[in-house]
Design a protein around this ligand. Structure first.
Ligand code: SF4
Length: 305
């Protein structure tokens, strides 16, 4: 007989205690996963939380590069990703080999790497950034001759517009965020004329142009608390709506597009989390040599912000 959600949750909580584990969930995870998490947040914030805890085991409910980042920052802990197939198509749009080739074409370029990338790509980069701190990182690089921004062209383009700094952009993109079309924003605005529009900078420029704010997921959560607006149109992966509604019961959150679903994020289910904790697999372990190189790029970012 199948377990109910309540039974699964109880089993997970008990096993988590037994394993001295911590459960981290990205803002795009299913509601039931957010409910059992010790922390819900963005990928870097979650890894930093993990590094601060006494837990021996981290169950990372997110995608592969996020679990890798946790492993980079917490090499002595066991990092579990409940489904090995939970990858990120945007992170897969660049490889370390192709980046090395590009670097040869631009030997003087400083490589700024969005955190949504593999450990191998981070290891080939000079500094990492998140969508929340990318502008600040780029501004700090005012002395550098050229900047190569990887892998998200839309985030890169947005930061370029914001800072006035020209950059070489890798042609990657998030397939989930490009599903949000400008027409969808216009339609929602017509339906909710009083609403504020927030979108993620991974969206297309035409979408960002229609928004009141382009914000990281953490920025959206803060905006939702602080704004006087009662209705907010949200242009990012729809998993965040669950968190926004839970934290702001008096406000109305409208997904800009119901199509903005990341299928990889949704691979993590209660059954997978329970199985992962029972079997202590699949473990994400970054080899030490590559970890140290990637960590240098992450540390450089933390030093700047
Ligand atoms: S939402 Fe986009 S960037 Fe995030 S994991 Fe999914 S595909 Fe990757």
């Amino acid at each position: 007989m199948e377990n109910s959600d309540a039974e699964l949750k109880e089993k997970i909580i008990n096993l988590k205690k037994g394993r001295n584990a911590i459960i981290l969930a990205h803002n795009y995870q299913l509601g039931e996963i957010q409910d059992i998490a010790d922390f819900v947040g963005d990928s870097l914030g979650l890894s930093q939380n993990a590094a601060r805890t006494e837990a021996d085991v981290i169950v990372f409910c997110g995608v592969h590069f996020m679990a890798e980042t946790a492993s980079i920052l917490c090499p002595d802990k066991v990092v579990l990703l409940p489904d090995m197939h939970a990858g990120c198509p945007m992170a897969n749009m660049i490889t370390a080999k192709r980046l090395r080739e590009k670097k040869k074409e631009h030997p003087k370029a400083t490589v700024v790497c969005y955190i949504n990338s593999s450990v191998a790509v981070k290891a080939e980069s000079d500094v990492c950034c998140t969508s929340a701190n990318a502008a600040k990182i780029v501004e700090k690089l005012s002395d550098t001759e050229e900047i190569l921004f990887v892998p998200d062209q839309y985030l890169g383009n947005y930061i370029s517009t914001k800072t006035g700094r020209k950059m070489i952009l890798w042609p990657g993109f998030c397939p989930t965020h490009v599903r949000i079309q400008p027409q969808a924003i216009s339609r929602r605005k017509a339906e909710h004329p009083q609403a504020k529009v927030v979108v993620h900078p991974e969206c297309r420029p035409e979408v960002i142009a229609l928004a009141d704010e382009a914000l990281s997921t953490g920025g959206m959560c803060r905006f939702a608390h602080e704004t006087e607006a009662k209705e907010i149109i949200v242009g990012t992966e729809i998993g965040i709506i669950y968190r926004l509604r839970r934290e702001n019961p008096g406000k109305i959150f409208i997904p800009a597009s119901e199509q903005a679903v990341c299928p990889n994020m949704k691979l993590i289910t209660l059954e997978r989390v329970l199985w992962s904790l029972q079997e202590m697999t699949p473990e994400i372990k970054v080899p030490e040599k590559i970890r140290l190189k990637a960590k240098a790029a992450v540390d450089k970012m933390l030093e700047i912000v």
